[in-house]
Design a protein around this ligand. Structure first.
Ligand SMILES: [Zn+2]
Length: 302
């Protein structure tokens, strides 16, 4: 409580918020109800004798008529404080959902307006906010389970909106301290890409230079994802373990990939496993066919 310039007692914002919280869900006692009803007796309701829809109280009024109602930045801030920690009840959320169902789609004009205002003031909803540990874990679990699937259309839209857009980190550098912090965060089990510690497992004995060379030779020294030839690469092609089991050095489990494509396989393991399993079948089939042809050729020549 404080006394304002006119000598009136006023509540601070925090007090108002507190009061509103304690009043939430309160009931009016039977006695109070009786009193209220008594006081109202004999008074005509405001809409008695009036017919049809009434005009809104602010119809035809401009901002100049009610300067106190213009939503200024200060007012916005106050509203933010007052509504902090409040949540819609399940019933009102259902109502909102229902109301959304029948709404007419937004016109292109309005969409453009929104898009412009968003661009002017890129206050993203999650900017500076943090999700709880629990929520993060849930999100991670569903992503791991379903894989992150982005539809073709969304991809196209993202690509269009990103055109000419300079990356946030372009030309910027982290401080050494930040780098260290980031690296600590990604270490071991805490990292987003932790796969149960397989990175530290030793490769099997037979997975040596010779085998890798054989695999590269089998794959015609070409990356089996993008098709780039080894000579175009700075470093040699890598032999990727299709089932991610480093001990399984069966040639059927190994495939040649360039560095960039090999990096891609660090995510969405399941997807790549199915993709390369098919690919290796094709390669093996074509190889046996060729071998067969060569043998037959020999036979004819002899
Ligand atoms: Zn490649």
């Amino acid at each position: 409580m404080y006394i304002d310039e006119d000598g009136k007692r006023r509540c601070t914002l925090e007090e108002r918020a507190q009061r509103s919280r304690t009043l939430k869900g309160h009931t009016i006692s039977a006695e109070t109800r009786r009193k209220m009803s008594k006081a109202k007796k004999g008074k005509a309701p405001w809409n008695k004798g009036k017919k049809g829809c009434q005009d809104a109280w602010n119809k035809g009024k401009t901002k100049e008529d009610y300067p106190q109602l213009v939503v200024t930045e200060e007012r916005k801030m106050k509203m933010r404080i007052l509504s902090k920690g409040r949540k819609h009840t399940e019933a009102s959320r259902a109502k909102m959902r229902d109301a959304c169902k029948n709404r007419t789609p937004m016109s292109q004009e309005i969409k453009d307006k929104i898009s412009i205002s968003v661009k002017k003031n890129p206050n993203r909803y999650w900017l500076g906010k943090k999700r709880s540990e629990e929520t993060i874990k849930k999100i991670q679990a569903t992503r791991r389970k379903n894989g992150v699937i982005i539809s073709e259309e969304t991809r196209r839209k993202i690509s269009i909106s990103l055109k000419g857009h300079k990356g946030y980190w372009l030309g910027k550098h982290c401080s050494e301290e930040t780098k260290k912090k980031l690296s600590e965060k990604q270490k071991g089990e805490k990292g987003s890409n932790w796969q149960g510690g397989i990175a530290n497992l030793p490769y099997s004995c037979s997975f040596d230079k010779e085998l890798k060379e054989l695999i590269r030779n089998r794959d015609n020294y070409q990356c089996q994802l993008c098709g780039m030839h080894e000579s175009e690469n700075i470093i040699k092609l890598a032999a990727h373990h299709i089932d991610y089991d480093k001990k399984n050095s069966n040639p059927r489990n190994l495939i040649s990939l360039c560095k960039s494509c090999h990096m891609k396989t660090n995510h969405n393991g399941l997807k790549w496993k199915t993709y390369f399993s098919k690919k290796i079948e094709e390669i093996m089939n074509s190889k046996t066919m060729r071998l067969k042809n060569v043998k037959e050729q020999h036979f004819i020549n002899e």
